[in-house]
Ligand binder design. Structure first.
Ligand SMILES: Nc1ncnc2c1ncn2[C@@H]1O[C@H](COP(=O)(O)OP(=O)(O)OP(=O)(O)O)[C@@H](O)[C@H]1O
Ligand SMILES: [Mg+2]
Length: 396
């Protein structure tokens, strides 16, 4: 069919035409915003899930909801080795400048701008451009101690008070939260804790890999009282996954046969990204004027697999060392997981302790996570299948 009309969205963070199966998370976010705005406290959200399940899409949807509700929202994607102080200063500046034009600033806004300036001078003195648009003196004694958690707390509280003054709220929407270091996460949690104690309309909603609850808990034991950690996963095979596949086509007057739907959903196991990739390829292959059938689904299969290998799986292996890859191969050999770390070591004929650093690096790179004590699993769905088909001679 006409590729120009293809409705599927196999791109990172791209809003799918049918955003299904996420009603609970969307409702939770709506309640969070409403409660904070009314001066109530509420646990914030950290969305967790494997690669490609739709975390970024959900955050983007949250952003749209926040804006529609009159909130100031600022988004950021965390990458490794990104300097934390300057990044927080930039985000706070964006929030502040969106809150109101300078001619409408009241006392609280000016104070927040002064504190932001102190924070900036303390943590990113070499980055001059940030202070542009902040025509105000630094606030001595606040956000200038050099202790990240104290100073970030000053900044968040000042921002929250400024938001109250302007009758709005500030939502930070942070993607890939697992890439924060423990110190950075601790500072964020502490700062947010203070704004909750003061019932200020400021919140931080995040998304990241499934190790997030553990990382947050290690950074600060009370993290679980500040955040809910909803886990999003595959779409339900009998309902939502089918809708995600069929509705975008149906909206354009194109049907799938039930057999084709069953075949595609079984292959994708309901993973949103795989559904989009399959949908996109099969649309382009399918003949015009008849329902998309099983034969086309079979024909598309090899193309889908090649596309997934190239765009989703391969780059992740490319970032590993030989030993790390051997570790992944050993896991794949045993099965989809989660695996006991002892079993992986045994499959490699080594002792668990010897492999500890390798496993830690793979977690650090975002390829593995720890679903429970002594367990290891892939963060990438169907990764075991990819490794097996790609490294056949080494795996078998
Ligand atoms: N609820 C949904 N229904 C259908 N498709 C979806 C849904 N959520 C996300 N998708 C699709 O899935 C793909 C992955 O979405 P997204 O980039 O948000 O995942 P992610 O969890 O952020 O992945 P990563 O961990 O790799 O960043 C996109 O192609 C998107 O269009
Ligand atoms: Mg993402």
């Amino acid at each position: 069919m006409d590729p120009r009309l293809n409705p599927y969205t196999p791109n990172a963070g791209a809003r799918p035409p049918a955003l299904v199966g996420r009603d609970a998370e969307l409702a939770a976010f709506e309640i969070l915003l409403e409660r904070l705005k009314r001066g109530h406290t509420e646990q914030s959200l950290m969305i967790t899930g494997l690669r490609g399940v739709g975390k970024t899409v959900l955050l983007t949807e949250f952003e749209a909801m926040a804006r529609a509700g009159g909130w100031i929202s600022v988004e950021a994607e965390i990458t490794k080795n990104d300097a934390f102080g300057p990044r927080m200063a930039r985000l706070a500046r964006r929030a502040l400048l969106q809150t109101a034009p300078q001619e409408r600033w009241g006392e609280r806004m000016r104070r927040a701008a002064g504190i932001l300036k102190s924070f900036h001078i303390t943590f990113s003195p070499s980055e001059g451009s940030l202070t542009a648009g902040l025509d105000i003196d630094p606030q001595a004694g606040l956000a200038d101690s050099g202790y990240l958690s104290d100073d970030l707390t000053d900044l968040f509280v000042a921002l929250g008070e400024a938001a109250v003054e302007q009758q709005t709220g500030v939502a930070f929407l942070i993607d890939e939260v697992q890439f924060f270091s423990t110190d950075e996460l601790e500072a964020l949690i502490m700062a947010l804790h203070k704004t909750v104690q003061r019932s200020l309309p400021i919140t931080l909603v995040g998304a990241g890999l499934p190790q997030l609850p553990r990382l947050a808990g290690e950074a600060k034991s009370y993290a679980e009282r500040l955040f809910k950690f909803p886990r999003i996963a595959q779409l339900d095979l009998k309902g939502d996954a089918r809708v995600a596949l069929t509705r975008p086509a149906e909206d354009l007057g194109v049907e799938f046969t039930p057999e084709a739907v069953t075949e595609i959903i079984a292959y994708t196991e309901g993973y949103p990204y795989f559904i989009q990739e399959y949908g996109k390829i099969i649309w382009n292959l399918a003949p015009i004027g008849e329902p998309i059938g099983l034969a086309t689904a079979h024909r598309a299969r090899a193309l889908v697999e090649a596309k997934l290998d190239e765009s989703f799986f391969r780059a992740r292996v490319a970032r590993t060392t030989d030993l790390e890859r051997q570790y992944i191969q050993a896991m794949a050999r045993i099965g989809p997981g989660p695996h006991r770390t002892g079993d992986v070591a045994e499959a490699m004929r080594r002792r668990s302790e010897q492999l500890g650093p390798t496993r830690a690096r793979l977690i650090d790179k975002g390829l593995l996570y720890t679903p429970g004590h002594g367990l290891t699993a892939f963060t990438v769905p169907q990764f075991d299948r990819y490794i097996k088909r790609t490294y056949v001679e080494e795996v078998d």
